[in-house]
Design a protein around this ligand. Sequence first.
Ligand SMILES: NC(=O)c1ccc[n+]([C@@H]2O[C@H](COP(=O)([O-])OP(=O)(O)OC[C@H]3O[C@@H](n4cnc5c(N)ncnc54)[C@H](O)[C@@H]3O)[C@@H](O)[C@H]2O)c1
Length: 443
Amino acid sequence: MGLGSRHEVYQDGIEKVHAPWAELVGVCDSNPGRVERARRRSAQNGAPVPPGYAAEEFGRMLQERRPDIVIVTTVDAAHHEYLIGAMEAGCDVITEKPMTIDAEKCGWILEVRRRTGRRCRVAFNYRYSPPRSQVKDILMSGEIGEVLSVDFHWLLNTHHGADYFRRWHAQKKYSGGLFVHKATHHFDLVNWWLGAVPTSVMATAKREFYTPEMAHRRGLTGAHERCLTCPEQDRCGFYLDLAASPYLKALYLDCEGHDGYFRDGCVFRGEIDIEDTMNALITYDTGATLSYSLNAFNAWEGCTVAFNGTKGRLEHTIVESVYINGVEAVQGGVAPDGVKIRVIPLRGIGREIEPWSAAGDHGGGDRVMLEDIFLPAQAADKYLRAADERAGACSILVGIAANRSLETGARVRLTDLIPAVPRPDYAPMPARNGILPMPVRSI
Ligand SMILES: NC(=O)c1ccc[n+]([C@@H]2O[C@H](COP(=O)([O-])OP(=O)(O)OC[C@H]3O[C@@H](n4cnc5c(N)ncnc54)[C@H](O)[C@@H]3O)[C@@H](O)[C@H]2O)c1
């Protein structure tokens, strides 16, 4: 369900890698051009060509094709419709992140999941990228003790970051803004790394780079509607030529006639209502605190995260490769020597740790996640990386609370949004308030 660029990870995973035990039995999208394109892709993959359905035929598809699992990869604001419809029809579901974009829809998904007893999985691929699993491994080992606070900063550069301002993501009614759409990855990582449930959020944010005023400051006459018809294509460093990329042309430009959606909106246009600079202070039920920032116009792409524990500090940095979704072969790949992991005891010499690595999209995370989803028999996962609707809720509720905090200027408790925030399953972490023998050597 939803046949844009992200869908292809699942289609190719099913048809090229996991074909012996998985089959794509139907494809559905609101855009008939992308339905036909997905069917052609099956033929190219040498797989049986599935029947295609329009969005309003979703119920008929479930009846006729009787899938075991429905995979939802539409725009964020539509996830809930298909998750709920599929679970009501007796299917298990897998949804792309974010699970949904507001508290009301989140509540509906939780209620239907509980009532139907179906399985709902949220595809948090970042958990599976080897260095992030390694961070979890170090935290579980107890080497830095109990984590009392975290500093987490995510940077998007002006290739990838700008892309959110061209597409449907640029309006909160479709994406929930970057606090939901993008930061759901980061809030899920911290929740899972700490084995904790977030309890409150205080946020500030602004949009100061992707604005009509910035177009003027960069020497343009102003913002325009889209790149394709822009009179200043040669002068704008953000020009995206959809026609020059056979991939983007086929997936988006050639499909515009069906629904009028274009993927190359001007990054400076006035109708954008998401922020490009965000900060949040978050508390957890363990007592831990998180200082978080997300910036979408940076000089490099990746993250720095530091965990301050009762026995030491764990620092982790990833510098990711530049990409525009759907253009480059490796999405979110890691730059050479871009990963650093360091542990520094409270009193002692720090040490660099050789990072775990894997090839492929999203730092190798996509391949490992697809194996976890599709391989029939697997060993138990000591990190409990498979996430369900509870983890999906705990991550988006942080972003939704941040959005509310922006409106009210106040700290927002997650229980103000959903009265009982469900506790996900987490692997055991070092006990809080355990006895801590002090090192003998004093300072
Ligand atoms: N996990 C990751 O790292 C990752 C990476 C990229 C995208 N995503 C997620 O995947 C999803 C899709 O993103 P994308 O980049 O493929 O976007 P996209 O714009 O390429 O594709 C979205 C598709 O949804 C369809 N659609 C829109 N509204 C619909 C509706 N009401 N009903 C049915 N279909 C509808 C569109 O026609 C389009 O084919 C998003 O939720 C996004 O957050 C996740």
